[in-house]
Each structure stands twice: as structure tokens, then as C-alpha cells.
Design a protein around this ligand. Sequence first.
Ligand code: COA
Length: 405
Amino acid sequence: MAALGSHVTPVTAVRLGKMRDQLEAGMDIYRGLAGVNVDTSKICSIDGERGELIYRGYDIRELADRASFEEVAYLLWNGALPTREQLDAFQDQLRPTFQLPGEVLEILAALPKGTNPMAALRTGVSALGALDPHADGTDEANVHRIGTQLMGQVPAIVAAFQRLQAGQQPIAPDPNLSIAGNFLRMVNGEEPSEAATRVMDVALVLHAEHGSNASTFVSRSTASSLTDVYSAITAGIGSLKGPLHGGANFGVMQALESIGSVEGVEAYVLDTLGKEGGRVMGFGHRVYRVMDPRAIILKDVSQKLAEESGDSKWFEMSLEMERVMEREMSAKGKQVAPNVDFFSASVYRMLGFEKETYTPIFAVSRISGWMAHLYEQYADNRLMRPRLVYEGEKGKTFTPIDQRG
Ligand code: COA
């Protein structure tokens, strides 16, 4: 990790230098690290004003339209799209990775009924780390070995845990299927249709990477102590679980289910916004001031699924929620638009997933982005160690315990 101010143009360096001086003087506070650049990266660029998301130079709209999730993961990790031979070789490496160690399956099976699936995933990845005798190596080859393994192991844990919780046996992977296809099959227990596999693939491409989002930042930050990949990914899973991050897609469906009909949407939104600190899940973003480009694509996917399936309830309710939020937020002069989690909720519903699996699906995809960032972090590391401005008391005199009143 490079020091603040390196790898930048002289003009930027002056600006960063000034910021560093201010920070070192303890004067400025950037709550939530908003607007703070902690380093440079070549992986992802986001233009929040224009609603643009770029992976390694490619617009997300083109990737969602034309690339498979495996191609995108390769792109994120290597900086270039694979040739046919490179993709074949990558898929050969991924094929055996869906197989989980028996010990991990036993641990998942021992978790009580009702365990949060993200907690189960966090536990499963942590267990994989404990079982890996070479977990601690942070050299490029070892990090790459673990990253490749996790690409199959993360979906395998999510699928196995859902089935175990339902009293069913985990399903063995089919080596001929893609990550999207295998995941659908291992959750549902039946061969996925081509159409469902394609929708799943698009969802995975859209969730793969998003710059220094909360979970990626904590993953990089954890790795910056030169601890192992499993610890960094476990930290990322813990962060993604939160309702302000990946947990929002669960929150969206929870809200839609509680409302139950298009007619009830307006009252729900007004009631939520009327409460102190009330948030409507699936809206708002730290970076985007316009609609998240991923949400635009997922809205389209959701509409098509609704038309094809004849079950338009979830899409119609989502549309109504978008309409009411648009009206209410513009009346308050706020730029709060749908984010990636909003329409993904109705898409996953129409693909047949339980809402408890929505946030784990995010992790099935984001493992690719987390790993891309860990490659970058370990390759040029600097310990992440920001400061807090102390506001507490000073100069107090110690009182022995039996004299304290
Ligand atoms: N519902 C209602 N109001 C919202 C809102 C939402 N989902 N998101 C933001 N706002 C409002 C806030 O109330 C705040 O108003 P204020 O300035 O009057 O206090 C303003 O918009 C800015 O929000 P803020 O929380 O300061 O922005 P942030 O950058 O810190 O937060 C999120 C970004 C994502 C945490 C926030 O938009 C949110 O909580 N969204 C809901 C959860 C979600 O969907 N998360 C997934 C993100 S991909």
C-alpha cells in the first residue's frame, strides 16, 4: 500500500499533502471516511454524478450484456479480458473448487436453525481458513490459490447451508456448469434453465465490484496488517451483512412482503420517512447522485421476468416505491435514487430465492471483487491506520478502588 500522496500528479500531491498536514494536525474529521482517498487503484472507477461504473476500463452495461461472470472475475483479477484459452484454463481451475471439506459441512450442519446465512457464510469461510495449512502465505501465488478456491467455496457454502437449514442434503456440484448455473442447481436441486442461468450471471456481473465500498475497504484494511486472506474475506462478509450495505436487498423484500400490495406502498414510504432517521431500504448511495447504473439494468431484468412469468406483483410494487420516493426526496431537495439492492430483490424473488439468501448471493459475486483488491493490497501494502480526534477527559487523578464513591 503506497503512502498517502505517492503515485499522484504534482498538483494532486499538493492537494493530498495539504490534506495530510491537516489530518496530522488533527483538525479535520471525515466522518464515514466520506471523500477520503486512501490510495490509488486500477480496478474500478465510479462517476457518481454521471451514473457510470467501469471495471478495468469496461463499462458495466457492456459487461452485463456481453460477458460471463467468469470472464469478469478474470478481468478484475488480471486487468484484461481472457482469450478463449485463458478462460478455459481459468474454468478448469474453478471446476473443483465447489467441493467443500467434510469438516466445513459438519460445522454448517451444527449451526442452529434460524442462523443468519451471512453468519453461516462468515463461519464457513473462517473454518476453511483454519483447515488450510498454508492459509498465512500472502505471496501472490498463495493469495491467488486461495482466491480461486473461494470462488467456488463461497457459493458452495451458501447453497449447502440453505439446504441444511431446510432439512435437505447438500447437492454435489456439476463440473459442466458455470458458477451461476452450479449455484442455482446446488440451491434448488434441479437443472437450471438457460434463461435463469443468464439472469443469475448478469446479477453476478453487476455485483462483482464497486471500488472502496464498506466491505472491500474493511477487507483491504484487514489485509493491510498482512494477516491472511481468509481473515480479510471474513471481515468483508461481516461488513456486507449490514443493512446499510449488502443487507439492504433483504430489507427491500422484507418491506415489500410486509406491505403486500401496490396500494400499501405509499403509506409505508410516508410512514418510514416520517420516523426519526427512517430509511427506505434500496435507496440512496454514498457515491451516486443519480440512479445507480446497476439498478437501471436490474430494473429492466425485473420487468422482463415479471412479463415472462406473469407474476408482476413485486415489480409493480417496486415501481410504485420508486415513484413515491422520487416525489418525496425531490420535494426535500435530496438526491436519493434506487441503488443496486432495490430491483435485485424482485429479481431474486422471481428466480425463486428465499429473501434470506439475497445478501449471501451478493457475497457469491463480490468475492471476485474482494480478491481483486486483496491482490492489489498485498502487492504494495501499507498498514491502514487512521486516527480519531480525542474528545474525552484528560488529567484525571487515579483513585484506589476502595475510595471510589
Ligand atoms: N431513505 C430515506 N432517506 C435517505 C435514504 C433512504 N434510503 N438514504 C439517504 N437518505 C437521506 C438521509 O436521511 C440524509 O438526509 P439528511 O441529510 O436530511 O440527514 C441524506 O439522504 C443523505 O444520507 P446519508 O445517510 O448522509 O448518506 P450516506 O452516504 O451516509 O449513506 C447509505 C448512504 C447507502 C447508507 C444510505 O443512503 C442508506 O441508508 N440507504 C439505505 C440502505 C441501502 O439501501 N443500502 C445499500 C447501499 S448500496
